[in-house]
Every structure is written in C-alpha cells, then in structure tokens.
Design a binder for this molecule. Structure first.
Ligand code: E4P
Length: 218
C-alpha cells in the first residue's frame, strides 16, 4: 500500500519523507490556504517545491469547474513538473476532463468521491487515482470504510486499473482498515502516519532494555 501525505506543509512533508516511507503527496485548495499560500504564482511555485522534496506523485487540484477551464489549468499544472497529477472534482465536466487527460497520457486524481457510482465513473473515464473521502463520510455518520470495500469489489470485478486513494484519512484505524481491504493508497496527515509507530509496550520494553543495560554496564 502506498502512503501519501495530505498536506501543503513542507516541514511535515520532509518529516514523512525522512522516515523513508513516503510515496507521494496530496494537496487541495484548503490545505494551500492553511499554509498561507495564495496567488496563482505562489501556488504553482509551492507545487514545484513539494515535487523537489519527494520522489512520488504530487496531486495538484484545478480550481476551474468547466471542461475548458479544467483542461487549460490541468495542462498547465501537468507541465509544471513530471511528478504532478492533475486533481479533478467529481462533477460532470470533471469526468469529461478526466477522459481527456487519460487519452493524452496525463495522470489524474478524481477527488471529492463519496459513492461507489462516482468511483465507477472515475474508473470508466480512465482516472489514475480515485479519492473517496473516508473521514468526511464518518463525520456524517456514514461508514467511510464500507465505501472503500465497495469500490475494491467493483474495481476487482472488472480489473479497473484506477488506484483507490483512500482520502480524508484521520487516524491509525483508518489506515489499518484500508490496508486490510486492499486500498492501493492512503493519504492522511503526518499525525495519522506517525500514529502507526506508537505502542505503549514498545516504549515500556525499550525503557526496560535501556535500564537493564545501564545496570549491567555501570
Ligand atoms: C484528499 O485528497 C483531500 O485533500 C483530503 O484527504 C481531505 O481530508 P479532510 O477531510 O481531512 O479535509
């Protein structure tokens, strides 16, 4: 399973990358705004900085919501750096733009996916990644993980190559359950990724080992 970090924060990206387990980065306009990155030129420059920090795919989201606008913006984003994946919203023109880019060999990530039907359309349009938002479904008392299961089943039934990129991942259990189901990728904040490290018995065991070593060597 690939690990993407879901942030525009360069420090967090570097931290996850230094751990040696990072496969890519996802961003969205809200994450850019959170880091105070505003204005087209600054946003584009920030994508390039992210691409220079990591080796894998970096999703950059279009702002346009019409087909022509998405195509123009997506082509400009894809030309920025070979690691850029064009992120498109799951709306009618987004599906059309996805098909357009897939015909041209430009990688895409169809975002804001909340149903199996939307994920089926994204695969039919040739999306490289589909991003179902687990956490936001959980937020409205709907089982986000059940959606990942449904999409896995449907994609496996037909051999769709679109990768399931479980998004809006908020915690360790989201990551573990995605791994059990067979999600191709998860994207979440540094806290969720680093949460995988933690177990109290590891900390207690290490403290005991170090204390015993000290006793024997003092
Ligand atoms: C996905 O690409 C989105 O950026 C993201 O995962 C949304 O997560 P949130 O629901 O925690 O904002």
């Amino acid at each position: 399973m690939k690990f993407f970090i879901d942030t525009a924060n360069l420090k967090d990206i570097k931290e996850a990358n230094d751990l040696g387990i990072l496969d890519g980065v996802t961003t969205n306009p809200s994450l850019m705004a959170k880091e105070g990155i505003t204005g087209a030129d600054n946003i584009l420059a920030h994508y390039v900085k992210i691409c220079e920090l990591v080796d894998g795919d970096v999703s950059a989201e279009v702002i346009a919501t019409d087909f022509e606008g998405m195509v123009a913006e997506g082509e400009m984003l894809a030309a920025l750096h070979p690691q850029i994946v064009v992120k498109l919203p799951m709306i009618k023109d987004g599906v059309k733009a996805c098909k357009y880019f897939s015909n041209k060999g430009i990688r895409t990530n169809v975002t804001l996916v909340f149903s199996a039907g939307q994920a089926l359309l994204a695969a039919k349009a040739g999306a490289t990644y589909v991003s179902p938002f687990i956490g936001r479904l959980d937020d409205i008392s709907t089982d986000g993980m059940a959606l990942i299961e449904e999409i896995r089943l449907i994609y496996d039934n037909y051999g769709y190559e679109t990768q399931i990129l479980a998004a809006s991942v908020r915690n360790v259990m989201h990551i573990i359950n995605c791994a059990k189901i067979g999600s191709d990728v998860i994207t979440g904040p540094l806290s969720a990724i680093e949460g995988l490290l933690k177990h109290p018995l590891t900390d207690i065991g290490l403290a005991t080992f170090l204390a015993d070593f000290k006793k024997g060597n003092s």
